[in-house]
Design a protein around this ligand. Structure first.
Ligand code: NAP
Length: 251
């Protein structure tokens, strides 16, 4: 089946593990050439790429700290050098943050999370837009969180940073729509990844019980929506926030 993504070039940041790795696999299954970005897990990124290639897909592995503008520019130049264009950005890398009550949070901790999240979004968007704007086509997909809209105890830093992602996405969608570029945000609920591995199983069971679809999420649940947003089926969709959380949070 032609998904309409065949031959498109997609960059997925933080694709060595978790949600990003599954987005990379799913986009490759749909026919995209996928750039698998990682920060420090080189072997894991290479094994994601190997899986893609073994399944008949095309990929490349690129190291870059997405908070570092120069490193991001080099990464995007490498993609352009090999493929000549870039069609999809999945801004996914998980910028670390402390989980603690607001009253115990230092200014440095909150500033580091907000700055890191915004730098990642800014650096990657600026770098790919340089090549999307002249072609009047492109899709930016930002991974946010339901915690940007629905409060969670101890998540001030994360919540504030992801709310900034949601907000800037709408402005960017307004500005870039006339240039043929869509900007959408995906807000996962609780998803089973390394990032949530340390959460007590009782907390996961409680979340599942409060979720209409009665389970917590898997990376594939998010990747399916990302692939849809990357496809021509979503060409008339921009500036939207899509919560992928089994209905635990409803817009
Ligand atoms: P994860 O399993 O912890 O994986 C994190 C990924 O991000 C890894 O590939 C890691 O690369 C990469 N990364 C971290 N810092 C980076 C940097 N500075 N530059 C480049 N890559 C970097 O995380 P996840 O749970 O899949 O989360 C992915 C996204 O979903 C994040 O934006 C997160 O906020 C969002 N999210 C997750 C959940 C959840 O419940 N899991 C819920 C809502 C939203 P290395 O392995 O190379 O270090």
């Amino acid at each position: 089946m032609d998904t309409g993504i065949t031959g498109k070039v997609a960059l997925v940041t933080g694709a060595s593990r978790g949600i990003g790795a599954e987005c990379a696999r799913e986009l490759a299954r749909a026919g995209a050439v996928v750039a698998v970005n990682y920060h420090s897990s080189r072997e894991k990124a290479e094994s994601v790429a190997a899986e893609i290639e073994a399944a008949g897909g095309r990929s490349m592995v690129l190291q870059a700290d997405v908070r570092d503008r120069q490193a991001v520019d080099v990464m995007v130049e490498e993609i352009i050098g090999r493929h000549g264009h870039i069609d999809v950005l999945v801004n996914n890398a998980n910028i670390d943050f402390p989980i603690k009550p607001f009253i115990e949070l230092s200014w440095e901790q909150i500033a580091e999370k907000i700055t890191g999240e915004m730098k990642a979004l800014y650096n990657c968007s600026q770098a790919v837009l340089r090549y999307m704007v002249p072609r009047l086509t492109g899709k930016l997909i930002f991974i946010s969180s339901t915690l940007s809209r629905h409060p969670g105890y101890g998540f001030s830093a994360h919540s504030a940073a992801k709310a900034a992602v949601d907000s800037i996405a709408r402005v960017m969608a307004t500005e870039l729509g006339p240039l043929g570029i869509t900007v959408n945000t995906v807000g996962p609920g609780l998803i089973e990844t390394d990032a949530t591995a340390g959460l007590p199983s009782a907390a996961k069971e409680q979340t599942a019980a409060c979720t209409p679809l009665q389970r917590i999420g898997r990376p594939a649940d998010v990747a399916g929506v990302v692939a849809l947003l990357a496809s021509p089926g979503a060409d008339y969709l921009t500036g939207q926030y899509i919560a992928v959380c089994g209905g635990a949070y409803m817009n």
